[in-house]
Design a protein around this ligand. Structure first.
Ligand SMILES: [Zn+2]
Ligand SMILES: [Zn+2]
Length: 362
């Protein structure tokens, strides 16, 4: 056997291709596709360009607050959970937004970095409370005492640090697909399956992909608070913080990159896959997503936070300070749950009884 004969696999179904000397084409006995030398070359080029995913972000250079700006702020530390936030000098005794502790200690303003962007609060504390109460109404089996809790007033507005990533993303994705058509005549039923190889090449621009920059702020909560309307983001100015707290990042932009990469990759793959329409079966074969010169900015997003202690547990709530979207887990009333189970049991028993009757068993 000649070692130099390269064996080709069918791009559509993966079977061995056979060379047809008469036409100069390669054909597949399995899916019956025929490939010209030119097509095989194009496929080879597409495979070669889909080498590896590559992510290249700029090195973010942090900026300090100006001296005059620093004078307006104090640091506030929570001895209970270790949170360190900033606020204006005149803030009255405040509540730790992360754990609900009321014994917050004022200290020297230091070490905070100046954000590039900020989305100002759009929802007042009163409106945030209304959003929370509306969410409580939808929570099933919520204990009555929980709703009447006075703690609802202890809602704190805090700007949460986020990293915002911009990039132009190049991607190459390949899919195998099948289209099945069926028809009949007077003698036979026919099934025809067409096999395809689909290649998608292109670029997508991403702007302000958020990754939260705080360890204390639970990632799942922060992701659930989205979306924020980033068109409302403005250049940072200290006046926006007045009356609110602001956290500072404790996850560096470098450490946030893997999450940004993951988001870019997932969003790109979804956008590309959404263009592959009209097939009975589609399977991704390969995906390469890469970008260079990604830009990074440091931003603050508005969040109302609240911690309610109930029955020995702390229930955390976060409310999007722009849209009012409310995120949190709700306690379940055991008494109500027992009644609910009983209700379901009674209902299914009634159904069984009805069925039994229908069949004349009773
Ligand atoms: Zn084939
Ligand atoms: Zn705390």
């Amino acid at each position: 056997m000649d070692e130099n004969i390269k064996s080709y696999k069918c791009p559509c179904c993966g079977s061995q291709l056979v060379f047809d000397a008469a036409s100069g084409n390669l054909s597949c006995n399995s899916c019956k596709n025929v490939f010209s030398a030119e097509t095989m070359q194009q496929l080879g080029e597409a495979d070669a360009s889909a080498l590896q995913s590559k992510y290249d972000w700029e090195n973010y250079t942090p900026r300090d607050f100006g001296e005059a700006e620093s004078r307006d702020f104090s640091g506030y530390a929570c001895p209970s959970c270790g949170a360190e936030v900033i606020g204006d000098n005149n803030m009255a005794a405040t509540i730790c937004p992360y754990c609900g502790n009321t014994q917050i200690v004022k200290k020297q303003f230091e070490g905070a970095l100046r954000p590039d962007l900020i989305i100002p609060f759009k929802i007042t504390k009163q409106q945030a409370i209304e959003h929370f109460e509306a969410a409580c109404k939808k929570a099933p089996l919520l204990p009555k005492e929980f709703k009447n809790s006075k703690k609802i007033d202890e809602m704190t507005g805090i700007y949460v640090p986020f990293w915002l990533f911009d990039c132009r993303c190049r991607a190459n994705m390949q899919f195998s697909a099948e289209r099945v058509s069926r028809w009949s005549d007077s003698r036979y039923d026919y099934t025809k399956t067409d096999f395809y190889r689909i290649i998608r090449n292109g670029t997508i621009d991403f702007e302000k992909i958020p990754v939260d920059g705080s360890v204390k702020a639970d990632d799942a909560y922060m992701d659930a608070l989205e979306p924020f309307d980033y068109t409302a983001a403005v250049d940072f100015d200290t006046s926006y913080i007045s009356g609110f707290l602001a956290d500072r990042y404790d996850v560096s932009s470098k450490d946030s990159e893997p999450r940004a990469n993951e988001r870019v990759k997932r969003s790109t793959e979804k956008a590309f896959a959404d263009t592959v329409l009209g097939y009975s079966i589609v399977n991704p074969i390969s995906s390469a997503v890469s970008f260079s010169n990604g830009k990074i900015r440091y931003g603050l997003l508005p969040v109302w936070m609240m911690n309610i202690k109930y029955n020995g547990a702390v229930y955390k709530y976060a409310i999007n300070g722009q849209t009012g979207k409310t995120v949190g887990k709700y306690p379940i009333c055991k008494k109500k749950r027992a009644l609910w189970f009983f209700g379901v049991f009674a209902a299914s028993f009634a159904v069984c009884f009805a069925v039994a009757k229908l069949f004349g068993l009773l």
